[in-house]
Design a protein around this ligand. Structure first.
Ligand code: ATP
Length: 199
């Protein structure tokens, strides 16, 4: 699975349609302060279903739409499309190539598309679930995150490490199984009581 390209149009500082092609190997994005480097990362998180405006440094989700600049009026729509090479089928889809798109209009209308087909947010979330790529995952580390991890309490840091190591999922399964076991034991006890009453 590889990120092939990103098309950003009307999202934050990207008023014009901008296409970034990611070549094999490592990609570095450089530029002066305020030139939009973080906006590119936020475009990736947004297209993967980010729901928190605050998490995207805004007050409302409409703040992601290009809001105007010198000699340039505001736009009415933000659109991001991420193209993924899925030839190894790492993502849960039969397609070798996936195009995930998200659009937001100033009137609040929003749409998600997978390979051009209108989809639900859940379809997008399901695509990335358990792949380590979800919007909450550690595949994207924001500015200040490393410092926050170092400064976190020991138990919070442990939770982060367990999440990265994939232990969290098993802990959840363990709690679920323990609850089921307790329920089964309660049913058994009740059955034994009934048997005693009848006998
Ligand atoms: P630094 O190196 O300081 O971290 P950066 O290159 O990561 O900066 P960003 O934080 O991505 O820069 O971009 C900030 C710029 O994006 C600011 O100039 C801000 O005005 C602009 N911007 C953010 N949202 C919008 C919007 N909705 N419309 C227009 N411009 C926006």
């Amino acid at each position: 699975m590889k990120l092939k390209s990103l098309e950003i149009h009307g999202f934050k500082s990207f008023a014009d349609k901008t296409v970034i092609d990611f070549m094999p190997g490592m990609t570095g994005i450089v530029g002066p302060n305020g030139s939009g480097k973080s906006n590119i990362i936020e475009a990736i998180r947004w297209v993967m279903g980010e729901q928190s405006a605050k998490g995207l440094r805004g007050n409302t989700m409409a703040d992601v739409i290009f809001g105007g600049a010198k000699n340039r009026s505001a736009l009415g729509r933000a659109s991001v499309t991420m193209t993924i090479d899925n030839s190894d089928h790492y993502l849960h889809s039969a397609f070798d190539e996936l195009q995930v798109s998200r659009r937001l209009y100033r009137n609040g209308d929003a749409e998600y598309l997978i390979n051009g087909v209108k989809s639900r947010l859940k379809d997008i979330t399901d695509l990335f679930v358990d792949t380590g790529l979800g919007r909450e995952s550690f595949s994207i580390i924001n500015q200040g995150k490393v410092e926050a991890i170092f400064n976190a309490k020991a138990e919070d840091r442990r939770a982060i490490i367990e999440d990265v190591a994939g232990v969290f999922k098993y802990k959840q399964n363990k709690i679920k199984s323990q609850n089921e076991l307790a329920q089964t034991q309660a049913n058994l006890d009740r059955l034994l009581d009934i048997i005693k009453e009848i006998a």
